[in-house]
Design a protein around this ligand. Structure first.
Ligand SMILES: [Zn+2]
Length: 236
């Protein structure tokens, strides 16, 4: 396991060791399986404590390639079932941090402008709606969480950040995972009971009745001149 150099090699090691041992116990061998005779992991079971220890070792090793999530998905289909056996124990494993020493982030200059624009937009929301207002906190906290994810090594030790929109980023990680951090403005809607009409932020409310208002006049959720409130979200 420690020698595995890729997700594939981790999975191969699991098959080799886990199923090799299970089959040997019944006088069979992995070599007897192939295209004409397939192995169904669901037909086998190991103590749940061992199962968890194997999964956790695989995930730790996968940190070396930013593939923790990928390996968890693959193992869900590959591992034998677990059963409770209080007599079984597993030896404590030294905790090894498999992540590479550095996380190298490459930020294209257009992306630095996006980050500056996003931060400035948060400031404008704070100035308009009030520092610490719900609109301000939603914007600041979601941007913060998004940027923290970009800095994390969850998807590998190399990350390239480019511009996807005026306040949105496209992130390509060395593990091959590509995702976006996008600004989603809140829809500007009428707050009158029974209305909820969408009001275009670019035209005055008097001219933009996408539907007539039961209250006579639309009451927009935020003024047209306000910096658009909204949140940043991660998208795969
Ligand atoms: Zn209305």
């Amino acid at each position: 396991m420690e020698a595995a150099r890729s997700t594939k090699e981790i999975l191969a090691a699991v098959v080799q060791h886990v199923f090799g041992a299970l089959l040997m116990a019944v006088g069979d061998a992995l070599a007897n399986y192939g295209l004409d005779r397939t192995l169904d992991p669901a037909e086998y079971a190991i103590p749940v404590i061992q199962r968890n220890a194997i999964i956790s070792a695989c995930q730790d090793r996968a940190d070396a390639f930013g593939a923790r999530a990928e390996i968890a998905l693959a193992l869900a289909n590959l591992m034998p079932d677990g059963y409770d056996d209080p007599t079984v124990t597993v030896a404590l494993r030294p905790t090894i941090d498999h992540r590479p020493r550095e996380h190298v982030l490459t930020v294209l200059r257009e992306a630095t402008d996006v980050i500056a624009a996003a931060s400035a937009h948060c400031d404008k929301i704070g100035a308009f709606f009030g520092n610490g207002s719900l609109q301000h906190l939603r914007a600041v906290l979601t941007l913060q969480r998004g940027i923290c994810t970009v800095f994390s090594m969850a998807f590998g030790a190399g990350t390239r950040i480019t511009r996807r929109g005026p306040m949105s980023l496209l992130i390509t990680s060395s593990s091959g995972y590509v995702y976006g951090l996008d600004f989603h403005p809140d829809p500007r809607i009428c707050l009158n009971p029974g209305c909820g009409a969408l009001i275009d932020a670019n035209t005055p409310p008097s001219q933009t009745a996408s539907a007539p208002c039961p209250a006579g006049r639309h009451r927009p959720s935020y003024p047209a001149e306000a910096p658009q409130p909204g949140v940043w979200q991660l998208h795969s």
